[in-house]
Design a protein around this ligand. Structure first.
Ligand code: NAD
Length: 435
């Protein structure tokens, strides 16, 4: 077990700063961007201290009766990073690699992401250390319910609203919603987002992150005086974010020349039929064997001579090693944290226009916000309404960030952090310190 998880269970613990001193950990990578923006904003020392700390970190032990009759004890984490602007919002992941540092970094990311698109949420993240691929549906349901029960003190439509993340889905959200509702003695749909449509989910949520990427890529192309028609695009990751980004950019007239997933990548300079590739992956689970292009590696995909690169798979794929070789004019960060902090400077030097993750992939949390609004209002919108409101918010957020980047002569990432930190800081100043 990682040392950072040897903490009291079922207790809200105060974070210990020393755990965050390792340069390589995701919290530090995110915080180095935070620090730069805070310095440019001339953030007062007191507020700097407040915003550099998570509000709450809860670690719970989750005993689960396994199918073979034995009891397994899983560790679950929920971190509320900052709730000054509204209820905490952030996904729950089930994964063997979950650590407190990672969950904390992702919770901070959610705080800045919600603020950059100006939705009235704070940031949170959760995780359970487990291997869901080796668990039966019954075991997963019992684990989900026990974890939900363990973090019950945080949850609620006005306090903390989870969503799906790595290895969790609308089925898991339905179990969380049901467990919470059973405890409350009435149905509370707004306690999670990313639910099945039949029980209060929103139309358009599944495609929202990729759709948001499409909107900001179009804005970036317009800003750089490039036309959408014929723009060449390479997309790494062909799951929810990657495949929808590729599909919608193709519908707008872009030429998707490369796509890749965990099984490898394919390149076709004449353009790939994305609907056809999606149908293939639906049937075969992975792109492997999809013969309509030249087989290339995922590393090759990143350095192709294209107009737009969309990393939509993993963290830390653009590093100091490959950044000097990247030829795209625009990078749209569909994934969370695809670029290391050290690679930022290289991309800047090369004049690559980076649409940072906290802006580029904020379409998902934006429609999660719409889902929460619809649940609370008990009135559901058409898919067109959802998509139009998403477009308005993404376009406005892109333009706000661009304006700030011009004003302060900084890149889009720093501007996005400046915008979000200043929004969170303003609310802290207005609210004052409760004593
Ligand atoms: P997903 O599981 O649907 O898809 C992930 C894709 O990445 C798959 O095609 C997988 O094969 C591919 N992949 C995995 N390992 C790879 C590797 N080593 N090389 C190349 N490709 C690899 O996940 P998703 O929901 O599309 O999320 C992708 C990224 O976007 C993650 O960073 C996630 O945190 C971020 N994100 C997702 C959403 C959302 O609404 N789904 C919102 C914001 C951010």
């Amino acid at each position: 077990m990682p040392t950072d998880l040897r903490l009291p269970t079922n207790a809200i613990v105060q974070p210990d700063k020393d755990r965050f001193l390792n340069e390589d950990n995701p919290f530090e990578a995110m915080m180095s961007r935070f620090d730069r923006a805070a310095e440019l904003l001339d953030l007062e020392p007191g507020l700097y201290k407040v915003l550099r700390k998570p509000e709450k970190q809860l670690i719970v032990s989750c005993p689960v009766m396994m199918d073979n009759g034995e009891i397994e004890v899983f560790t679950g984490i929920r971190v509320l990073y900052n709730t000054s602007r509204g209820p905490a919002k952030g996904g729950i992941r089930f994964d063997t690699q979950v650590t407190l540092d990672e969950v904390t970094a992702l919770a901070a990311w959610m705080t800045w992401k919600c603020a950059v698109v100006n939705v009235p949420f704070g940031g949170a993240k959760g995780g359970v250390i487990c291997d869901p691929l080796k668990m039966s549906a019954g075991e997963l349901e019992r684990l989900t319910r026990r974890y939900t029960s363990g973090i019950m003190q945080l949850l609620g439509p006005d306090s903390d609203v989870p969503a799906p993340d790595v290895n969790t889905n609308e089925r898991v959200m339905a179990w969380i919603m049901d467990t919470y509702s059973m405890q409350m003695r009435h149905t509370v749909t707004a306690v999670v987002t990313g639910k099945p449509i039949e029980m209060g989910g929103s139309l358009g949520r599944r495609e929202a992150t990729g759709r948001g990427c499409m909107f900001v890529v179009k804005e970036a192309l317009a800003h750089l005086g490039m036309s959408v028609k014929g723009t060449t695009v390479a997309v790494q990751g062909f799951g929810n974010v990657g495949s929808v980004s590729a599909q919608l950019l193709a519908r707008e007239g872009c030429k998707i020349v490369a796509i890749g997933d965990r099984s490898g990548a394919i390149y076709n300079p004449a353009g790939i039929d994305i609907d056809d590739a999606i149908a293939y992956v639906k049937k075969h689970k992975v792109l492997e064997g999809y013969g309509k292009g030249e087989k290339i590696s995922n590393d090759d995909l990143l350095t192709l001579d294209v107009d737009v690169l969309v990393p939509a798979a993993l963290e830390n794929v653009i590093t100091t090693k490959n950044a000097p070789k990247i030829r795209a004019k625009i990078i749209c960060e569909g994934a969370n944290g695809p670029t290391t902090a050290a690679a930022d400077a290289i991309l800047d030097e090369k004049g690559i226009f980076v649409i940072p993750d906290i802006l580029a992939n904020a379409g998902g949390v934006t429609v999660s916000y719409f889902e929460w609004v619809q649940d609370r209002g008990g009135y559901f919108w058409s898919e067109d309404t959802v998509n139009e409101r998403l477009r308005d918010l993404m376009v406005k957020s892109f333009r706000d960030v661009l304006e700030l980047s011009k004003q302060h002569k900084v890149n889009m990432r720093t501007a996005a952090y400046m915008l979000s930190i200043s929004r969170v800081a303003t609310v802290h100043r207005l609210r004052g310190i409760y004593a």
